[in-house]
Design a binder for this molecule. Structure first.
Ligand SMILES: Cc1cc2nc3c(=O)[nH]c(=O)nc-3n(C[C@H](O)[C@H](O)[C@H](O)COP(=O)(O)OP(=O)(O)OC[C@H]3O[C@@H](n4cnc5c(N)ncnc54)[C@H](O)[C@@H]3O)c2cc1C
Length: 563
């Protein structure tokens, strides 16, 4: 076993030193907290070498080290296994996936003889509902640990070719769902080639995803989600009270308020929870988070909150149509399933626009991204990157990437950075010596080979002067379009494709669409303010209108005819 970042390996097979807690991710429980947990769990004596949790294990307890030390091991049992952390008495194990039902991405192995406390998850949930301080301590540590894991190249192994669209799809799915993963490119990585040969995988079965002991051959997103513990949506016998389409901030808010107020609630998302906000490195203007909050953390917290109140969240579940039948609506999914519900919240938001430049597809697999989170940051360590766009998302990405890339250039088509970007981001960008801002500039050409970007050629749209910028990764933040293609022929849309609500849709209340009982919230709504706070606010408001609608239906019977 080789050592990771956690300290000195004391002999060939073990590493006894506890990982220092530089990040605040491995807090030690107080004697009071330990004694509380002790009442809910079972103590177990362990011997050095005992495997407490194996990579891929799904049903597992919350484990606390009482005596001895436990190592967190990547690739346990393989020649490449690596101890990435060691925890001693008073520390607890695992990360956010324990709470969200995901399999373990690493193994946990006793380094020394000792004792652990195993608390069943249901008992833990019960305890933390009565001790929010303990709940917060665990949640905060778990969220941080996910971030650290993602940055360490552990977890799922996606093995494929950068030229394969399926490889691109799987990497995108893993990134958007914030799954710790590493990518092994058979085109250039001898280890990847060797692994494929060892496993006897023919080229026709590529790409593969390796999770613990399971090998998935070119899985669909749904198959991958299934091994990650996400249940596919199923059509219940009775209609739900509320189906929310889209699990961005607005949809998750509707789910939290709906489920907490007793509505049977199902949330469907085509790609991942968190929506656009989940692709943001740091949201600094959301109320209550003066130091900012990453989109990933906001999403994970909201998902846990919605599930706590009983909402069912399904990913991936792409809605392809909306119809009304009798006294209920039916949301049709891409696999043909129909979810029936008495009310629907459309929270499908908007999708990023792709850059308009030749050879884009060639580089999209490995060198072009439309999000800048800690997952993308992993790929750009000490490399020159270019960000395209003049809005807040481009500004945020630029500032964030300066902490990871060797050089960041921001290419803006307009001549004034302050035109579409908030003042605080303009200041952070322009005042940053690690950033070069190029206004009145557009990307004209992508240069590189084999899917790997080497440079971009940009042109000043006033002078016509061209410049070649060394660029290994290109980030596009050039706006978005409403995700409403699937709604054509159903609710009324405006001329840009956003969902009309309120009087323009013939409805009395501001969030109701042209179909009674169908509401639109957040970025997908015509005239909405494109902000996390307003999306969350609208999601919460919609639930109030849903109650009113259900009451009226109760009094007068359902009339779902379009207005
Ligand atoms: C990089 C970036 C940074 C940002 N930073 C900030 C910031 O700092 N502050 C701020 O206030 N705002 C910020 N924003 C804007 C903010 O993120 C959005 O306003 C907000 O996410 C809108 O939330 P929403 O729930 O309405 O839609 P979205 O976040 O777009 O979520 C919609 C969800 O619906 C899903 N979906 C779409 N179609 C379907 C379908 N057919 N079936 C099922 N699911 C579907 C999508 O997969 C997505 O998850 C940022 C945006 C980006 C892109």
């Amino acid at each position: 076993m080789t050592s990771g970042d956690s300290g000195r390996a004391t002999d060939a097979g073990r590493q006894d030193d506890e990982t220092p807690d530089r990040w605040g991710a491995y807090p030690r429980l107080t004697p009071q907290q330990l004694s509380l947990l002790d009442q809910a769990g079972t103590r177990r004596v362990v011997r050095a070498g005992d495997v407490l949790v194996r990579e891929g294990d799904r049903d597992r307890d919350f484990l606390v080290v009482l005596a001895g030390t436990v190592g967190v091991v990547d690739g346990y049992g393989t020649p490449q296994d690596r101890t990435i952390r060691v925890h001693g008495p008073g520390r607890f194990l695992d990360e956010i996936g324990l709470l969200t039902g995901q399999p373990a991405f690493v193994s946990m192995v006793a380094v020394q003889d000792g004792e652990i406390l195993a608390v069943p998850l249901a008992r833990l949930r019960d305890l933390v509902s009565r001790d929010p301080q303990l709940g917060d301590l665990i949640l905060q540590a778990f969220l941080l640990r996910r971030e650290l894991l993602a940055g360490q190249g552990v977890g799922l192994r996606i093995v494929g070719s950068r030229f394969s669209p399926d490889t691109h799809r799987l990497r995108e799915f893993a990134a958007r769902n914030r799954l710790p993963h590493t990518y092994l490119d058979v085109e250039e990585d001898a280890q990847a080639e060797q692994l494929v040969r060892q496993l006897g995988i023919p080229p026709s079965d590529m790409p593969v995803v390796i999770s613990g002991r399971e090998i998935l051959r070119n899985p669909t997103d749904a198959e991958l989600a299934r091994i990650l513990g996400v249940a596919p949506p199923s059509a219940g016998e009775r209609p739900e009270d509320l189906v929310v389409v889209g699990a961005g901030p607005s949809g998750l808010a509707a789910a939290v308020y709906g489920a907490s107020e007793g509505l049977s609630t199902v949330v469907l998302d085509a790609v991942a929870t968190g929506g656009q906000a989940g692709t943001s490195s740091r949201i600094e203007n959301y109320l209550g988070f003066p130091a900012g909050i990453s989109g990933a953390e906001l999403a994970e917290r909201a998902v846990i909150q919605a599930e706590k109140f009983g909402a069912g969240i399904s990913v991936p579940a792409r809605a392809t149509g909306l119809t009304h039948e009798g006294d209920a609506y039916a949301v049709r999914l891409v696999d043909g399933t129909e979810i029936r519900s008495r009310t629907v919240v459309l929270a499908a938001g908007a999708r990023y626009r792709r850059l308009q430049v030749d050879r884009l597809e060639e580089f999209e697999g490995a060198s072009i991204y439309y999000a800048a989170t800690f997952i993308e940051a992993m790929f750009c360590r000490d490399l020159p990157v270019t960000v395209v766009g003049g809005g807040n998302s481009a500004g945020q990405a630029t500032v964030f990437l300066t902490g990871h890339a060797s050089r960041v250039r921001l290419v803006v088509r307009g001549d004034d950075l302050g035109q579409d970007m908030s003042r605080y981001l303009v200041d952070q960008t322009e005042g940053n010596p690690a950033v070069e801002v190029l206004t009145s500039t557009e990307v004209k050409q992508l240069c590189g080979q084999g899917g790997e970007l080497e440079a971009v050629v940009v042109e000043n749209n006033r002078t016509g002067m061209r410049r070649r910028l060394d660029t290994r990764l290109l980030f596009g933040f050039i706006g978005s379009a409403p995700a409403t293609g699937w709604l054509r022929g159903a609710v009324a849309l405006d001329d840009k494709g956003f969902v009309r609500t309120g009087p323009p849709a013939g409805a009395d209340n501001v969030l109701e669409t042209s179909w009674p009982g169908v509401f639109a919230v957040g970025d997908v709504r015509s005239g909405s303010i494109k902000r996390v706070a307003s999306a969350v606010g609208e999601g919460a408001m919609a639930v109030r209108f849903i109650h009113e609608h259900l009451q009226n239906v109760g009094a007068r019977g359902a009339d779902l005819r379009p207005r």
